[in-house]
Design a protein around this ligand. Structure first.
Ligand code: OKP
Ligand code: ZN
Length: 351
């Protein structure tokens, strides 16, 4: 069985949002620090070694995937919120209309509400005092995982949390602040992999990852997710979105209707595997969401726990050096088990 080192930092627990607005209801945040605790416990249970602490690469690498404006905003957002006399979570309540001003017209003196609404695209992603610390280390965890794969590990797992695939070059939202998977793919490219594939198996479309590599043919973005007619992020993820310019054909979206079970999912995954082979990638980043599990509180697919092991095995059959980056999964107590089953499937069939 192939070794599978994994990376995590307790700093990533520092982000604990209070409440989010979800489909008209104010509810406790689904994306909580305990998710990471359950994953850690499940990996220990299953005999994985202790996690490796991420190396601090600094923030310069973030600029490969994100605009300086977003990074600067995220770093001071909570302090600015407090300086404007507020407490609790920083959330936008108004957004830029299509004809409105652009982000570049904002100044540090613009209202905190203007800046929240300019950089955030939903009302479910609160910023609290520890948000930057957690997002920063979540990104470092992904970069360190990429280093492991770049220096000879066949498989590695980056226990990223908060997740990343909804964060674009100049926007955050969908519980995501920095795009961990995109940063990992860039790190693999810096290490000499000219073509990298990102396979996104989270229930939700990774609009941020898609946007970051939209014009870039050397990174394939392939995603299986819930049909955008019914599910977040609603404005992207249609099969017709295939990339542009040099990136034409290097984006593959396979939306599935709610209720999809393993039989349906497996066929979509076969098509994704064929696309990765055709792309000629020499390294693979998996955006792993286990919110496709039937019991997930905010999702609508019907995968069983055992299916995650099969899914891991199918991805291993590509025979590529693989970094798994954690994304979603909100049935908090079950998330760890499903992640461990996926990783064991990847190990078992990887030789
Ligand atoms: C993050 B990841 C849908 C609105 C809930 C956004 C979900 C973000 C999911 N009812 N808020 O892709 O798992
Ligand atoms: Zn998700």
């Amino acid at each position: 069985m192939i070794a599978l080192p994994w990376v995590f930092s307790p700093h990533q627990r520092a982000h604990a949002g209070g409440e989010e607005l979800n489909r008209g209801f104010i509810v406790p945040c689904h994306e909580c620090p305990e998710r990471a605790d359950f994953i850690t416990a499940a990996l220990r249970d299953q005999g994985f070694k202790d996690p490796i602490a991420p190396t601090d690469h600094g923030e310069e690498l973030f600029r490969r995937c994100h605009d300086d404006g977003l990074i600067t905003f995220l770093k001071s957002a909570y302090a600015d919120w407090q300086a404007s006399g507020r407490q609790g979570s920083a959330l936008p309540f108004t957004f830029v209309a299509p004809s409105g001003m652009t982000r570049s017209e904002l100044t540090p003196n613009s209202s905190i509400f203007a800046r929240l609404g300019a950089y955030c695209f939903d009302v479910g992603t609160p910023i609290v005092a520890g948000t930057w610390e957690a997002a920063y280390w979540s990104a470092q965890t992904a970069l360190t995982g990429a280093d492991l794969v770049a220096t000879g590990e066949r498989l590695a797992f980056a226990l990223c949390r908060p997740p990343g695939h909804h964060a674009g070059r100049a926007y955050y939202g969908g519980y995501c602040f920095l795009n961990n998977a995109a940063l990992a793919a860039e790190q693999l490219r810096l290490a000499g992999h000219q073509k990298v594939a990102i396979v996104d198996v989270d229930y939700h479309h990774g609009n941020g990852t898609q946007d970051i590599f939209w014009h870039d043919g050397s990174v394939l973005y392939a995603s299986i997710h819930a049909e955008p007619m019914t599910d977040f992020p609603f404005f992207s993820g249609h099969a017709s979105e295939q990339g542009e310019g040099e990136g034409t054909g290097a984006t593959l979206n396979i939306p599935l209707a709610r209720g999809a079970d393993w039989l349906i999912y497996q066929q979509a995954l076969k098509n994704v595997l064929a696309a990765v082979q055709q792309h000629g990638s020499t390294a693979l980043v998996v955006s792993l969401g286990v919110d496709t599990w039937y019991g997930d509180p905010i999702s609508g697919f019907a995968l069983q726990s055992a299916d995650f092991g099969t899914m891991g095995g199918m991805l291993a059959s590509l025979g590529l050096p693989t970094l798994v980056v954690m994304e979603g999964g909100y049935a908090v107590a079950e998330v760890g088990k499903n992640v461990a089953l996926f990783l064991k499937g990847l190990q078992r069939f990887g030789d």
